[in-house]
Write a protein that binds this ligand. Sequence first.
Ligand SMILES: Cc1ncc(COP(=O)(O)O)c(C=O)c1O
Length: 400
Amino acid sequence: MQQQLILERGGQTVFGALTAQPADALLALIGAFRSDARPDKIDVGVGVYRDLDGRTPVLRAVKQAERRLVDGQPSKGYLGPEGDVGYFDALKPIIFGAYDYDDRLSGLQTPGGTGALRVAAELIARARPGARIWVGNPTWPNHPPVMKSAGLVVAGYDQFDVAAQQLTFERMFSALSEAGPGDVALLHGCCHNPTGADLNAEQWTAIATLLRDRGVLPLIDLAYQGLGAGLEEDALGTRITLDIVGEGLVAYSCDKNFGLYRERVGALYALSQSAEQSHIVQSNLLSLTRANWSMPPDHGAAIVRVILEDAALSADWRTELAEMRDRIQQIRDLLAQADPLLAPLAKQRGMFSTLPLSVADVARLREAHGIYMPSSGRINLAGLTPDTVEPFIDALASLR
Ligand SMILES: Cc1ncc(COP(=O)(O)O)c(C=O)c1O
């Protein structure tokens, strides 16, 4: 009877109207790597930090903070749609340094950097339905879908020449010169994913001045602070931009710099032109998140708060962060020294670079050498160790 009804209704039911979507290419790659039996296989595809043993460790400071939470957390009652305010406030000096715009800065805790980007996009769409957002080419592959899902129109600016391994700053600047009042520009705060190519202070100043002059709102994605050149250095672009433009959004993630990936720890900060405007922005953020995830998950943000409120735990976290950063830089330096074509990698920052490889090259590396990366040629430097640099270089050389 039930089956009969279903058949009669055919494609008219809700599910019947759906079409299959392509599987996430990176997840498929992880599956293929797992089922590869070769003992010397190398995974430079996955997007998380790995130590010398190939593990994504739980940081010491995180474990300590978790112990304190288990022993001392008084309640699991609701916190509210803004999440953990102590966490949100404790991050401010790390991100903004000695800032003086407290009454113009609003925002809330979000589920990861992705949640921050999503609520930022929804805020923009609510303010200006169908607003245009300028996104770099290339960029993190999830940027365009997140923006489009909220109803924004995505435009592109060329950011990097993969063959030349160079930032295409002039092209970026001239594309953004086409942006107008009410548009938004999405910028990577540091450790550009997927190219590792960051703007220098002079370039940040030029872009920020352009955005201010053209009435364009910056949305800065700061997902890797501390994994590039250092916590302060990695915040430079964000600070320059907000100082010059005087308003903007910062989508922040603690998932990488605290190694909390699965805990989904993020925040969205909004700098407005006045305290009154900031109040209105905050009320909109609260209503948007209330209708979405209602309240963010607590555990990861509580861990970050416990660490940042304790001098000893904070110092230990900074040490561990520096170790991760140094390990990534060591691999960058080894690759750059081993092959002149990879020399630019030493000056790039963060976990990712994109190599000038064709789709056929990437397939050949996988089939002949057990080296796994997405077809874009993006590699995660933390997928290599000093011991695997040589076979990796040899495999690349065999393509030429
Ligand atoms: C550039 C960029 N932004 C945001 C994110 C999202 O981070 P989260 O895992 O905190 O959602 C990522 C994750 O890979 C990223 O690479």
